[in-house]
Design a protein around this ligand. Structure first.
Ligand code: 5GP
Length: 253
């Protein structure tokens, strides 16, 4: 079988050239990293869970009219996506204080914010993805003013959708990170939600107990990451089913 051309290997995913021009295969790895890869592990089944959860969120976003790069899931670890130019920003939306916002501003984790707050980090591992302002983004030409208007609108629509989906299964969407890609149809350019949306890139807390069901379980050594992600997938009803029942031997007369 012909080997596929690897385009990029990231911390949690590998990208391969897709079967058609303008497509890419995203392979979800089991590797988990935190604190800019200072903490690393391999967590059995994480890639499968993130592939299925990201498919679920991207398909749902598409159904409510939010453009994404997602085309289809190919198998347990791979999905086909449209290739796009990734804008070098991590777009973070926060509904409750947590993580770096709590540290930076001294706000207790879990404090409800007066309204969703959108932040941007410049995607550069060697710099630790620093927080930047719209001034930096405009001055360094990472995105235009029109792009920024579109990015904020997309991020808030993703927030509304994801908050509702999570609330319906008893989970609070504390915050999340998305990446935005630029796609071209001839001369027409549009921005789409790219990369992945999964418990790796969201903070998800059980509404009743506050139990963490996201990557903080790994970052903060709070137990089994697979159990946490499986709980999210189970509540959403997207756990892969045992599709093939073992067959009994048939007696042939
Ligand atoms: P914080 O800035 O508090 O570390 O993260 C805010 C939100 O964005 C959290 O949901 C976190 O999981 C997500 N996030 C921030 N940076 C990254 C990143 O580099 N990779 C991933 N997967 N998620 C991130």
């Amino acid at each position: 079988m012909a080997r596929r051309k690897k385009i990029y290997e990231g911390k949690a995913k590998t990208l391969y050239e897709g079967p058609e021009p303008g497509t890419i295969v995203q392979y979800f790895k089991d590797d988990a990293t935190a604190f800019n890869a200072e903490k690393k592990d391999v967590i059995d089944g994480k890639g499968v869970l993130n592939n299925i959860l990201s498919e679920y969120f991207m398909v749902g976003l598409g159904a409510v009219g939010v453009p994404t790069h997602f085309i289809k899931r190919l198998n347990m670890r791979e999905q086909l996506v449209r290739s796009c130019e990734i804008i070098p920003l991590e777009v973070i939306v926060r509904n409750y204080a947590a993580g770096t916002m709590s540290k930076r501003l001294g706000i207790e984790e879990g404090t409800a914010l007066p309204r969703p707050i959108v932040e941007y980090c410049y995607k550069d591992d060697s710099l630790g993805d620093p927080l930047v302002t719209e001034e930096h983004i405009a001055a360094f030409g990472w995105a235009s003013q029109q792009d920024m208007d579109d990015i904020i609108a997309l991020a808030l629509r993703v927030n509304d959708f994801m908050s509702g989906v999570m609330y319906s299964v008893g989970i609070r969407l504390v915050d999340f990170k998305i990446e935005i890609g630029r796609t071209y149809d001839g001369d027409f350019q549009r921005l789409v939600v790219a990369d992945e949306i999964s418990p790796d890139s969201c903070r998800l807390w059980d509404i009743e107990t506050g139990r963490k069901l996201d990557k903080d379980v790994f970052r903060r050594d709070l137990g089994s990451l697979t159990d946490a992600y499986t709980e999210v997938a189970n509540r959403l009803g997207v756990m892969p089913k045992q599709s093939v029942q073992p067959t009994k031997p048939t007696l042939i007369n």
